[in-house]
Write a protein that binds this ligand. Sequence first.
Ligand SMILES: Cc1cc2nc3c(=O)[nH]c(=O)nc-3n(C[C@H](O)[C@H](O)[C@H](O)COP(=O)(O)OP(=O)(O)OC[C@H]3O[C@@H](n4cnc5c(N)ncnc54)[C@H](O)[C@@H]3O)c2cc1C
Length: 392
Amino acid sequence: MDRARILIAGGGIGGLASALALAQKGIASLVLEKASQLGEIGAGIQLGPNAFHCFDRLGVGEAARAMAVYIDKLRLMDAMADGEIMHIDLGETFRARFGNPYAVVHRGDLHGVLLKACRAHELIELRTSTEVASYDQDGNGVAARLGTGEAVRGAALIGADGLWSNVRRQVTDDGAPRVSGHTTYRSVIPTEQMPEDLRWNAATLWAGPKCHIVHYPLSGWKVFNLVVTYHNDAPEPVAGQPVPVEEVRRGFTHICERAQTIIRHGKDWRMWVLCDREPTDRWVDGRVALLGDAAHPMLQYMAQGACMAMEDAVCLADSLATADALEMGLARYRDRRLLRTARVQLMSRAMGDHVYHPAGPHAALRNAIMTAKRQDEWLDVLQWLYGGNGLD
Ligand SMILES: Cc1cc2nc3c(=O)[nH]c(=O)nc-3n(C[C@H](O)[C@H](O)[C@H](O)COP(=O)(O)OP(=O)(O)OC[C@H]3O[C@@H](n4cnc5c(N)ncnc54)[C@H](O)[C@@H]3O)c2cc1C
């Protein structure tokens, strides 16, 4: 295969993971990041065991394990009745089954681990304040056209430029992302400000009619991550806009008092109107391929977007390293990733409808189905997801 360096548009979790995965296979890359600084928003992220399989393949297993909080359970609460519906134990049996833990981390810490490893690797170059606007390609390589008009050449271009990907616009031309109408508000608060009776070592989900609340500890228990979502049919996409707490509370007046209290303790709330897309198989155009949210943006209800981006990275590098020609390697990467990522995209939507947001008899049915499963049955249900490593 052509061993000339590969261009990566985007220095988020997917882009940096791709650079590391390629470097592990001896392939050089140049990451082109639009922002003036490489970083992540100050919020938490959940990592399934499949993320840890990837960390090891990216060469950052030890550093990633050191920054995580290892929660005891995934806990589903009824936000109307104020009681636990069910939980999944994340202890020894879970870890032994999937070969790795389930954990939560601060996004900045995770991004920092990837960035440090990229900076330390001689095969990786990072450029900031560099927006990829479009690309041209011929039989010998790709030219990424920058916002400044400059062209940067490489053997291939990976579009890891997120939900609003410029690279995707050229690869698939399938219009803007779908606005879900779900509005998410995020806050991170010091642990001492979290109500004492809710300082659980769990990723907790309070599910209510058209709304839900998620909380878990982060950063060595120094802070709690709060993510609350209201399905208010918001018509326009929004990303990271500050909002007053009164606006956040408005969508949650119908749920139990204890769950509402959590919102009152939040500070500096920011708002996103969530988007996703239908799965498509148009991820590859010759020497150009999409990865992470640029390829398969999903709602966060399976907590898997970043995990899938890292799996993509591992699979991309493996597919390129074993291919005779670059175009064949990229097509093989797409074929290996398509069904798994499409399944997570579609199941994330379904989880929103049937687990996170139902009301009345629909919610009662959820409770009945979910309480009926034993712990070992939950592990069977999750095998396809957490047992994967990006290469299957
Ligand atoms: C509320 C919420 C909660 C979530 N929780 C979880 C969770 O618990 N677990 C999980 O696994 N996932 C979670 N996700 C999903 C996860 O955050 C994303 O799937 C993941 O961050 C995608 O990474 P990415 O690198 O593909 O894209 P991004 O993180 O969007 O990175 C894209 C990068 O490209 C840059 N860029 C954009 N355009 C250009 C351009 N034209 N040229 C150059 N650079 C460009 C951007 O500045 C950015 O740095 C959550 C998402 C949301 C919204």
